[in-house]
Design a protein around this ligand. Sequence first.
Ligand code: KIV
Length: 266
Amino acid sequence: MKKITILDIQRMKDEGKKITMLTAYDYPLARLFDESGVEILLVGDSLGPVVAGYDNTLPVTVEELIYHTRAVVRGRENALVVADMPFMSYQVSIEDAKRNAGRVIKETGAEAVKLEGGQNMADTIRAITDIDIPVMAHIGLTPQSIHRMGGHRVQGREEKQREKLLADALAVQEAGAFSLVLEGIPTKLGEEITKKLTIPTIGIGAGIHCDGQVLVSHDLLGLFLGPRPSFVKAYCNLKETISGAVGKYLDEVRTGKFPDEEHSYR
Ligand code: KIV
């Protein structure tokens, strides 16, 4: 397989091929996902709740994001790596947004950044794409807006919200975003936005009609310890596998079964 670029992602939409994206935060999982053939690895700020144990994504820093993205880049061969812009790394000013996006790209080797927001972020998206850094936009249930939304709530059910999200989607496309994450919106709205846009949409809790899908990898693997939203499908139960293996190890150490001959030096 060859290295995937944003042009391949656009081509997939144009040819009606589904795009796959997964979050990754470290070297071994990035390597396994890349070898499985996923097109996009997203180093999401979900690393806050998923691997750092924060309550939400808000405390994640640019430094933490850079550290994890560097590990992911070392593990991938073909996938496009997209790095999430942490809360307050792009909202204060366009200067700040360009500087932080540039830092992330320069210091990690990722090929694109992702940021949350629609019409309110159009100028920022335009400024970042103008310095040749591809931007993936993100609208709907945007976790960095948790306090405005009053929790992680489905967005776009009411007509006014629906119209706003349609306008947001068109605004980020017009501003130059190369793709758009749609999170936590009704299936019908996901379909409507996907049909209206020429850039690809990647859905998470946004129904079957999006051009691609993304899941938080720890959810897919059954490894996330928090509550699981209903749109998440766990494809295996690593929590159980890990607890079982660790329990067996503790038992074998305590009963003197490990290390045995085979696992000792002569
Ligand atoms: O941070 C993240 O993992 C994300 C995805 C859920 C889209 O933004």
